[in-house]
Design a protein around this ligand. Structure first.
Ligand code: C5P
Length: 208
């Protein structure tokens, strides 16, 4: 079983993905953290061909053997990750790693290009959407930041970079189901996603 979840920053992909992985029994993989880890590696002066990223089943991200998971989700790496994500040679490496992980078993994988590039044959493809204002409010609450305007501007810069890059721009796959989350609570989004997965997997899903 392969479930692809794509969408812009701070739309709820991670919460929805974890919930689906728990319900349907796959491994949850947050691919954005791989781009963040590459940005951190570049800051440390490590060239691309010497970067080794591993992801444990407990969702820890190792950069050349060091657990860097807790350093990745910062405003600095929000921007730097989206800059390195425009580099085709970085994407080739990370897509390869993402496909290797998906070959090992059931996965729920989230990112920007999972349904379009990484797993074009995914069993279920979801694309989550919300306005920049709603996402900025969610991000402020999640990170306990108080600067709504700065967060909104940060998301705008990333949206623009993610949507306009030449390789694997952010867009829904042709066969993705779009979920508009603006007027839904997280529980409602999870429930809609879960119903869709059930419907799609039908008999193939052996869960209870
Ligand atoms: O999802 P997250 O915000 O952690 O992703 C960080 C950045 O990595 C995104 O802004 C995007 O530029 C890039 N990314 C990507 N493709 C993915 C996942 C993330 O380009 N599959």
């Amino acid at each position: 079983m392969k479930i692809a979840i794509d969408g812009p920053a701070a739309v709820g992909k991670t919460s929805v993905g974890r919930a689906l992985a728990e319900e349907f029994g796959g491994r949850f993989v947050e691919t954005g953290k791989m781009y963040r880890a590459v940005a951190l590696a570049f800051d440390r002066g490590i060239p691309l061909d010497e970067i080794r990223i591993e992801v444990t089943t407990a969702e820890r991200f190792l950069l050349n053997g060091e657990d860097v998971t807790d350093r990745l989700h910062t405003p600095e790496y929000d921007q730097k990750s989206s800059q390195v994500a425009t580099l085709p040679e970085v994407r080739v490496r990370l897509v390869e790693l993402q496909r290797e992980i998906a070959e090992q078993g059931d996965v729920v994988m989230e990112g920007r290009d999972i349904g379009t590039v990484v797993l074009p044959d995914a069993d279920v493809k979801l694309f989550l959407r919300a306005t920049p204002e709603v996402r900025a409010r969610r991000r402020v609450a999640q990170r306990e930041e108080d600067d709504y305007e700065a967060t909104l501007a940060e998301l705008g810069r990333r949206d623009e970079r993610d949507a306009s890059r030449a390789v694997a721009p952010l867009k829904p796959a042709r066969d993705a189901t779009i979920i508009d989350t603006d007027r839904k609570t997280l529980a409602e989004v999870i429930s809609a996603a879960s119903n869709l997965v059930r419907e799609r997997l039908g008999k193939r899903w052996r869960g209870g």
